[in-house]
Design a protein around this ligand. Sequence first.
Ligand code: DIG
Ligand code: MN
Ligand code: MN
Length: 392
Amino acid sequence: MAKRVSTKVGGKTDKFTFGLWTLGNIGRDPFGGPVRAALSPAHIARMIGEAGAYGVNFHDNDLLPIDASPKKKRAIIAEFKKALSDYNLVVPMATTNLFSEAVFRDGAFTSSDARVRAYALQKTMQAMDLGAQFGAKIYVFWGGREGAETDAAKDPIDGIRHFREAINFLCQYSIENNYGYRFALEAKPNEPRGHIYLATTGNCLGFIETLDYPEMVGVNPEVAHESMAGLNFVHHVAQALEAGKLFHIDLNDQESGRYDQDYRFGAANIKQAFFLVKLLTDHGYDGPLHFDAHAYRSEDYQGVMDFARGCIATYRILKEKVARWNRDGEIRDILAASHIEDENLAKLCGEFSPASAKTLKAMKFDRHALAAKGLQYERLDQLTLEILLGKR
Ligand code: DIG
Ligand code: MN
Ligand code: MN
């Protein structure tokens, strides 16, 4: 593969990242075995570099097989570091695989077996050590096995309490070792468990406030996961962003009512992708843009590169569409007509006082007059579609 000149060319301004498990996905699914040969972490990193990304993420065992000898581990790390350097790639995020091994079949941090919970802590500390070795400053927790098929198995309150115990312990581990990690909790409603605890980003945001170190913990929302729960992904990201808790984001796409498809960004719902890029762009999100997605099982590795380049290209195209939308005169006029502000009312409603409450209660509102005028949202949405379709 051609060695890429390690300069900060255009795309590096956007922090596009891929996990080793994304381009390295070998196409296995519940009904069929692999369709692509397994590649080394160094090879996958080179592909990620060739696609024009900024960085690479990994689970501990994406990089180091769980039973690899110390010698083998050293060799893998050396090759991986060389690939990162050749392509000027960074490692912004690391995470732990607490979902593949049979030992975690009934949860890792929330297992009913204290020995499994202890092993999950040990494995995560070792994975945090590995991520820190590559400079990762974001640590993702996706509790893929933290849940239940039958609630006869355990009290869900025990599950939440055990999860909190683990996160509190690991926050202190990061502090103790000066790793400077920010933890990002990733929600998912189900799959592989019948029901996963902390099913949505909203659940995670509520849970964070019950932790010992809430300032260290944010969220890593994924498009497919909130969509699987039938929610508006953009609104969940907005709440996290507004709360200063959007520490990371997993971009992909998803058709509603399906298993977790992890499609190429924008492949299923281009309008949602547009409004997501608009939210992130308008509010200056400058964290990693992680494509937690993989190519169709139909593809060979040429198709995998098409997939990776497609994720980046679509994000960039939508950024251009956002700029076009924001400067469109007719759109601005429609928004100006529907966004009515009033200095006096802002003062009156913005800060409670007995006087303001008294004044507000005495005011006369003509609700019929307020409802008389239409809002032109049909035209607004049509203009949005015409921009997306390249007509405008
Ligand atoms: C699945 O969406 C999860 C795992 O791939 C990983 O733990 C996390 C990292 O973004 N996303
Ligand atoms: Mn997913
Ligand atoms: Mn994810």
